[in-house]
Design a binder for this molecule. Structure first.
Ligand code: GTP
Length: 428
């Protein structure tokens, strides 16, 4: 028998409210996580791409307030520019690592640059080393993830891609658009207007608008931090003000200068005054640092791992899977193998049959020719005989006519031979 479902009336439901006063200790979880993270240290990999002299090294060093990246001109061993196959300057990839510490927290920073980028006009493959580098870092991670021991995976994936736009004041160039389009789905793209102190405030406003319009028109995705509604008001408004600043118009400088009012600041000194790096009224450096380091470093890493890398991984495995499936199908599927063998066998039989048919036809035609020849022979012989016989008949007929002619002539007394006389005389 099927029991009818039990139904409750509101009166039946008793809500038991308990006051939990025994401290369990899970409030300690953030502290545990914090200790572990601090012990392990943090990693952050930044790719800084843009033409030579746009202030990439300066900006990175300004961001971390340390000389992390050497300026190319200062390097002791200045590398010779290698030529690519078209005679242009070859783009190289250079990675600089630094371990920095602040209040006991370790950060391993890796800065990846591409010297030679945009330096040659006839270089059509300028983007390749950069895209290859991003992919190969994803590949190494994927490989490490597939190993049995995954506890020691080093995250070399690019967490932030700073693209330096030349402060022309016009709009994005074809090279900028092409480069950003090639990477925007693989990295957290952060466009930056380099050396913005070379533009006036009005020029910057217009330039930003044009860049954003181009980016939207081209469907280029740029990293946008999330400001969930349940976050506190300050965080939400701060995040929104970062987004409103896109693309960051920055000034970099690790040098300290004196302001007219006597302050010592990081900035650039001009005859007409000082541009302060850390002054939000002067440029967007502070906002960029908030996005990259102070507020969203973890989000940049999470987005890399959960969205960008996941997409790459899915695509890669899908591609590998399809190839694998087809080989597995061919090699191990017994039904497919049987069908393949049968098809081969049938093809072999068909070939043999065709060969036999052609041999047979050849033989038949030979026999036919032979028969035709002997028939003609027989015919000829038959004709010959017939002719011979007709001739004989003719001769005989002529003889017959002659004989009959002779018989119809009057009989002349014939001279009796001696024997007959004797016989006659004897008879008498
Ligand atoms: P490469 O290594 O050749 O690719 O150059 P880079 O992009 O790393 O440029 P780097 O930081 O070496 O700076 C090149 C020059 O630009 C230096 O003389 C810097 O002092 C100057 N520079 C850097 N940042 C700024 C800036 O924000 N404004 C101005 N006006 N000059 C800057």
């Amino acid at each position: 028998s099927v029991k009818s479902p039990i139904t409750y009336t509101p009166q039946d439901i008793k809500i038991i409210k308990k006051v939990l006063n025994g401290y369990v200790g899970f409030a300690n979880l953030p502290k545990q996580w914090h200790r572990k993270s601090v012990r392990r240290g943090f990693t952050f990999n930044i790719m800084a791409i843009g033409e030579s002299g746009l202030g990439k090294a300066t900006l990175i060093n300004t961001l971390f307030n340390r000389e992390i990246v050497n300026h190319r001109d200062d390097e002791e061993t200045v590398e010779e520019d290698t030529e690519d196959k078209e005679g242009g300057v070859a783009v190289k990839i250079r990675s600089t690592k630094a371990e920095i510490e602040e209040d006991g927290v370790k950060l391993k920073v890796s800065v990846i640059t591409a010297p030679g980028f945009g330096e040659s006009i006839n270089n059509t493959d300028y983007w390749k080393p950069i895209v290859d580098e991003i992919n190969s870092r994803f590949d190494s991670y994927l490989e490490a993830e597939c190993k049995i021991n995954r506890s020691t995976i080093v995250d070399d994936r690019i967490h932030a891609f700073l693209y330096f736009i030349e402060p022309t004041g016009h709009s994005l160039r074809a090279l900028d658009i092409a480069m950003m389009k090639l990477v925007h789905e693989k990295v957290n793209l952060i466009p930056i207007i380099a050396k913005s102190d070379t533009l006036t405030d009005d020029e910057i406003v217009e330039f930003k608008q044009r860049i954003l319009a181009d980016i939207a028109h081209q469907g280029i995705k740029i990293f946008t931090p999330e400001a969930p509604g349940d976050d506190d008001e300050e965080t939400v408004s701060n995040t929104q003000s970062i987004i409103d600043t896109f693309p960051f118009a920055v000034v970099g400088s690790t040098k300290e200068v004196q302001t007219p009012d006597g302050r010592t600041v990081r900035g650039r000194q001009y005859p007409w005054g000082v541009i302060e790096v850390d002054n939000e009224a002067h440029n967007d450096f502070v906002k960029l640092r908030q996005l990259l380091i102070r507020n969203f470093l973890e989000e940049l890493k999470e987005h890399t791992a959960n969205v960008l890398y996941e997409n790459y991984r899915t695509e890669k495995l899908k591609k590998m899977g399809i190839e694998q499936d087809s080989t597995v199908f061919r090699e191990f599927d017994p039904l497919a193998k049987q069908q393949e063998e049968r098809a081969l066998h049938e093809a072999k039989l068909a070939k043999m049959e065709a060969e036999m048919k052609s041999v047979f036809q050849q033989k038949v035609s030979e026999k036919e020719k032979k028969l035709q020849r002997s028939e003609a022979d027989l015919f000829a012989r038959h004709k010959e005989m017939k002719d011979k016989l007709t001739k004989q008949i003719k001769i005989l007929e002529e003889k017959k006519v002659q004989l009959e002619k002779q018989r119809s002539l009057p009989q002349e007394p014939m001279v009796q031979p001696a024997q007959q006389k004797t016989r006659k005389g004897f008879l008498r």
